[in-house]
Design a protein around this ligand. Structure first.
Ligand SMILES: [Zn+2]
Length: 521
């Protein structure tokens, strides 16, 4: 059943800086990869990027093409042209060249050559390389470069991929993240944290970028911001230390999403484990049976406990085998290493279904409040709610103050939700979706598979519409002679991968059951 992770595509991004602020923008919510998330400008390497010369970069062939990619992407996305001789272009000329590039009338190499513009490695500091985690169906291996924005150029959202483009003080960006107003990926978060720190640092490391493998002589001239170099060096070291691997995503300071490899339904390959809270925290779906995956998760949880944080409970969201398997190992681990007795909990129905497989010490009921407030003055309540449909004892969790819903398997960022009777029930599922949609203050959600979703309400509405559309199609083919789930799947689910035929038949069964109960067939 298990699929191989997607192969990462080469990419580059720019940390563009002006007067101590950094440029970011929101990605169009309709984009498949991190739609609605905030990001730095950047994108995929193109073959032609390899053919463009870069000044002062002879000893770094490998990074050269990524500098070109960074410059081109920055120009495409923001209209900022970070090249030598660029100051002689007027705003109008830049706009016209941008139009030539975007429309395909001219290639980037051609534009640079025609106007005698040169890319110079001295204008960039290499800030490291990060790879999208394996759970994502679309992955990039992105080289980050810091650069100063040319003084006379104003970035704008030059393509529909981006909106709300702005220079923001790193600490303000972090505040928006802390309030759960924005979603940001780990490399962006680490960059902002490092830049925010550097604003208060006095010492100067005298860093030269030769250390990282390519030369920028006298890079201090290129940067007016005190200590930028040392924070970029820190960023580079951090990425090198972990080889660009990202184990988990901090969705806000209270929600860590830790994707774990599981035997789940394709195209998903991982189940999201959530560590929610701070000084008091809970762990939801420590799902992996794989010892390597468990070890990585335990390392993070151990680091919390070593800071004095308290693990209140280990929760299993529902009975499916891709949602449990590591919870008992975690419980045993916490007892043997720290002498802590942490209960395992679930909804009563789930606990009954898993009797003999997991020993539960606690049950969670609908609308139960899990109080994660702590001594530091953090007020944090997480509401559990019973959300049947996908599974009878299914639990979801809601942080109303921040509008953040952990939807478990009711909504997923990757793959589809299967409603398989008798455990699954379509009438209940639609009721659950409507209940989730009406949660007060709802903004973001994250399901058990795939990335967090920026527009939670829109996503839930999409799911409801999709189910009702399927129901209509099923009713139609049923009335024209297709009676069994297999016959219906053949006519409704065109081009389905073989491994998804059985789950689709189960979903059809659930739809038929609902149609029968509604008196429609
Ligand atoms: Zn499930």
């Amino acid at each position: 059943m298990n699929q191989k992770p997607a192969i990462p595509k080469d990419a580059a991004a720019v940390i563009l800086i002006k007067n101590g602020k950094v440029l970011w923008a929101q990605r169009n919510p309709n984009i498949k990869f991190l739609g609605g998330w905030h990001a730095f400008p950047g994108g995929k390497l193109e073959a032609a990027d390899c053919d463009i010369e870069v000044l002062n970069c002879a000893d770094a062939e490998d990074l050269k093409k990524f500098i070109v990619c960074a410059v081109r992407e920055l120009f495409e996305e923001t209209g900022v042209l970070l090249v030598r001789n660029g100051e002689k272009l007027t705003k109008g000329q830049r706009a016209s060249l941008h139009d030539d590039l975007i429309s395909g009338r001219s290639g980037f190499a051609e534009i640079l050559a025609d106007w005698n513009l040169r890319i110079d490695a001295k204008d960039f500091l290499y800030a490291g390389c990060w790879t999208t985690p394996q759970f994502s169906p679309i992955r990039f291996k992105t080289r980050f470069f810091a650069a100063e924005c040319p003084s006379k150029q104003e970035p704008y959202a030059a393509i529909s991929e981006l909106r709300d483009i702005e220079f923001i003080a790193p600490e303000n960006a972090l505040e928006r993240w802390a309030n759960s107003e924005v979603l940001i990926s780990p490399p962006v978060l680490i960059s902002l944290q490092e830049l925010a720190d550097s604003r208060f640092r006095i010492e100067d490391s005298g860093f030269r970028i030769q250390d990282s493998g390519f030369r920028i002589e006298d890079s201090k001239k290129a940067f007016s911001i005190l200590n930028l170099e040392s924070s970029i060096l820190n960023l580079l070291r951090k990425s090198q230390k972990v080889d660009g691997d990202i184990d988990y995503i901090e969705l806000n300071p209270h929600v860590v999403c830790f994707p774990l490899k599981t035997e789940t339904l394709p195209p998903a390959t991982h189940t999201n484990c959530f560590i929610v809270g701070r000084e008091k925290f809970i762990v939801i779906d420590a799902a992996s049976k794989d010892e390597n995956e468990q070890r990585k998760l335990f390392e993070l949880i151990d680091s919390f406990i070593e800071k004095g944080f308290v693990c209140l409970e280990i929760i299993v969201s529902h009975l499916h085998p891709d949602h449990f398997g590591g919870e008992t190992a975690l419980q045993t681990h916490l007892f043997s290493k720290f002498n802590l007795k942490v209960p395992i909990s679930a909804h009563k129905i789930t606990a009954e279904s898993l009797r003999g497989e997991i020993e539960f010490q606690k049950f969670i009921a609908d609308e139960e409040i899990i109080n994660l407030s702590d001594e530091t003055g953090v007020n944090f309540e997480l509401k559990a709610f019973h959300a049947p449909g996908h599974a009878r004892g299914h639990l979801c969790f809601y942080d109303e103050a921040k509008g953040f819903l952990l939807a478990s398997d009711n909504i997923v960022g990757a793959g589809t939700v299967v409603i398989a009777p008798p455990e699954g029930n379509m009438t209940d599922y639609l009721k659950t979706l409507k209940r989730m949609k009406n949660l007060p203050n709802l903004r973001f959600l994250c399901g058990s598979h795939g990335s967090a979703v920026f527009n939670a309400k829109g996503k839930i509405e999409e799911y409801i519409a999709h189910r009702l559309e399927r129901e209509k199609q099923i009713l139609e083919v049923f009335q024209t002679g297709a009676k069994t789930p297999a016959e219906i799947v053949e006519r409704v689910y065109i081009g389905l991968k073989p491994e998804l035929v059985k789950p689709a038949e189960k979903s059809v069964e659930a739809h038929l059951e609902k149609l029968k109960n509604d008196g429609q067939i």
